[in-house]
Design a binder for this molecule. Structure first.
Ligand SMILES: [Zn+2]
Ligand SMILES: [Zn+2]
Length: 329
C-alpha cells in the first residue's frame, strides 16, 4: 500500500493540525461553491452548444512529444504535449512542463519538431504539466522552451485567461473549429479542491468514413461530460478516445518529497477522499457505452493499476501513449 502523504510528514501534520484543519474546512466551503458553479456553467454550455460543420479529414496524425511512457531514447514526464497534423494543417496541444524539465526540448529535438511547423498552439488547461511548468502556471503565462524556436504570432487557444508570449492569444469560450480541421469542446469546468475552478478544453476531429477522434488533456471535466459536449455538436460515431482521464487510484505520477500530488491536488473530491476503483469502474462503464474502436490511454495522470484495469475491462482495443510515437487515425 502506498500513502498519499508519506508517514514522515504525519508528526508535522499532527502538530500543524490547529492551522491546517480550519484551512481545509474553509477550502471545502469554496470547493462546494465551485462545484455548484461548475455544474451550472457546464449545464448552460451544453444547453447553448449547437452543431457546426467539422471538415471530414483524410487523415489525422498524432505525434507524442511528452508523456509518462516513452519509446527508447525519449524522456518521460508526468505531463502532456501532443502534436496533431492533418491534411488541413497542424495544432500543438499543450507544452508539458515547458522549459522547467528537459522532456519537451529533448523529445522535440529528437523528432525534428519546432514551432515553425505548427499552425497553432492549444492549451487544454492552466495546470503546470500542460502550460509550461509551475512558474508558468503561477504567472498564468504559457511558456515554451527556447529550443523549440521563436513563435511567429500563431494563435494560442486558451480555455481561461492567460498570456503566451510570441503567440496571438485567443480566449475560447465555446465550441468552435481551431486549425487543421480540429475542433474544441470549449471550456468545461470542474471544481478541484486545491486548484479551484478549473476550465479545460478537449479536442475532436472527424475522420472521413471512420468517425470522431476525441482527445483530452487531464480529463478533469470527466470523459462523460466531454463526450456529451461533443455529441451536442456532431452525431458522428465515436471512433477514438485518447488522452488523460485522471485516475491516480493506487499512486500518483511525478511524486515529490513523499507527497503524491496527483492524488491530493487534481481530484474533484475533498482532499480526505480518494479517487477509488469504484470511480474507475463507472468511467469504464461509460467508455464502453460510448463504444469507441480504440482508446489511447495517457499514463501521465493515471497509475499503472488503472491503466491495467482499463486495458483489461474496456471493450475497445487499448494502447498506452508513448513519447516518440506517431499514431495515424
Ligand atoms: Zn495533466
Ligand atoms: Zn490538470
Amino acid at each position: 500500500m502506498s500513502f498519499r502523504i508519506s508517514p514522515l510528514w504525519w508528526p508535522f501534520l499532527g502538530v500543524a493540525s490547529p492551522v491546517i484543519a480550519p484551512f481545509l474546512l474553509a477550502r471545502n466551503c469554496k470547493f462546494k461553491k465551485n462545484r455548484e458553479l461548475a455544474n451550472n456553467l457546464n449545464e448552460d454550455r451544453l444547453h447553448q452548444a449547437r452543431p457546426f460543420d467539422i471538415p471530414e479529414l483524410d487523415f489525422l496524425e498524432l505525434t507524442i512529444l511528452v508523456e509518462e511512457k516513452t519509446e527508447r531514447n525519449f524522456l518521460g514526464d508526468a505531463a502532456v504535449s501532443y502534436l496533431f497534423r492533418s491534411n488541413q494543417g497542424s495544432l500543438l496541444y499543450d507544452v508539458g512542463f515547458g522549459p522547467e524539465r528537459p522532456a519537451l526540448a529533448h523529445n522535440a529535438a529528437r523528432l525534428g519538431i519546432n514551432l515553425n511547423q505548427i499552425d497553432s498552439l492549444c492549451i487544454s488547461h492552466l495546470h503546470p504539466d500542460h502550460m509550461g511548468g509551475l512558474k508558468a502556471s503561477r504567472a498564468k503565462c504559457v511558456t515554451v522552451p527556447k529550443e523549440l524556436g521563436i513563435p511567429k504570432g500563431q494563435p494560442c487557444f486558451l480555455p481561461d485567461k492567460a498570456v503566451a508570449e510570441g503567440f496571438k492569444c485567443e480566449l475560447i469560450d465555446s465550441p468552435r473549429l481551431l486549425t487543421g480541421g480540429i475542433a474544441t469542446t470549449g471550456p468545461l469546468a470542474r471544481s478541484l479542491f486545491f486548484f479551484g475552478l478549473t476550465e479545460e478544453q478537449a479536442l475532436f476531429a472527424h475522420i472521413k468514413g471512420k468517425g470522431l477522434v476525441i482527445f483530452t488533456g487531464c480529463g478533469h471535466p470527466t470523459i462523460e461530460l466531454i463526450v456529451q459536449m461533443v455529441s451536442c455538436i456532431s452525431n458522428e460515431p465515436v471512433y477514438i478516445i485518447g488522452g488523460g482521464l485522471h485516475f491516480p487510484v493506487t499512486a500518483g505520477r511525478g511524486n515529490r518529497a513523499g507527497i503524491q500530488f496527483q492524488t491530493v491536488m487534481g481530484t474533484g473530491k475533498p482532499v480526505w477522499q480518494k479517487i477509488s476503483d469504484d470511480d474507475l469502474s463507472d468511467t469504464i462503464t461509460a467508455l464502453n457505452k460510448f463504444n469507441p474502436r480504440k482508446v489511447f490511454l495517457s499514463g501521465h495522470d493515471s497509475c499503472d493499476h488503472s491503466l491495467a484495469r482499463m486495458k483489461k475491462e474496456l471493450k475497445a482495443e487499448t494502447e498506452v501513449l508513448r513519447a516518440g510515437m506517431t499514431y495515424r487515425f
